[in-house]
Design a protein around this ligand. Sequence first.
Ligand SMILES: [Fe+2]
Ligand SMILES: [Fe+2]
Length: 208
Amino acid sequence: MQTFENILEEIKTPIFLKLMERAKPFLISGRSFDLVHTEEALYELIQFLKLEKNKKLNCNILIPAMIFHDCGWSKVPKKILNMSYGNVKNDNPGKIIHQVKGASIAKKILKNINYDSKLIDEICHIVSVHDNPKEYKKSKNAIIVAETDKLVRYGHFLFYELIKIGIQTLEERIIFLEDGIDKWFSVPEYKVRARFLLDLRCAETSTK
Ligand SMILES: [Fe+2]
Ligand SMILES: [Fe+2]
């Protein structure tokens, strides 16, 4: 896992570092894994943006939306937070609150640093729907952010973290992610990457 600074060095855009610095206090005070989760999501998103066919995608929308997408967990009351992990329904209160609060945190920070005002509404909209398939499926940029978010579930950190904190057993986690490959991904590269990462996790756990 690379550090965030290393990841962003590749695209040399100090404004994103600044946004991450502003987002960090929120990511640290939400769920225990929000900061690492966001860094892993940015890593996956940047690899995706580097593909030749994706050069025309707007990283000035996608990267800020990814940075802020889970900042809202910091505003979710602790007793609700504990009911929001793992395989939860769309009307889960934590799911709803963190999207709304995250969008308002993003708006405040983006306005505060004088981010391109033409982009702020779309960034905040993506944050406000990133966990709501009915809404995020209406926009290509929102789909990319939402599916990057889901892809990180297959990564080394989040896979083991949720098992470690007792949200799912190893068997439940593998079934959950196996089912997710067809359910969550429409981006072909992400479907392939999810399969690759899940096979890797299965190989790791069978040798443990
Ligand atoms: Fe989220
Ligand atoms: Fe997330």
